[in-house]
Design a binder for this molecule. Sequence first.
Ligand SMILES: [Zn+2]
Length: 74
Amino acid sequence: MQLKCSHCHKSFLPTEIKDHRGKGLKMHIACPHCQAWLARHMGYTLAKLLAFYGGIIALICSFVMDDTSQVTTL
Ligand SMILES: [Zn+2]
C-alpha cells in the first residue's frame, strides 16, 4: 500500500517513513521526501467515517425522539 504526501504529492511506502509522532488517530508521519508532517491516512479516514456516522445517528435519534414526544403529547 503506497501513501501519498499531500504536501509534495510524491508517493512513498510505509517502510520509508523514518519519523512519526503522536498515537492513534492523532498520529502524524513525516514524509521521506519533504519531511512535512502528515496525518496518517487510515486514521484520518476513520475519524471522518466516525464523524459522518455519528452525525447520522444523532439525526436519527433526534428524529425518533421528536416522533415519540409527538406521540406522547397526542
Ligand atoms: Zn512530501
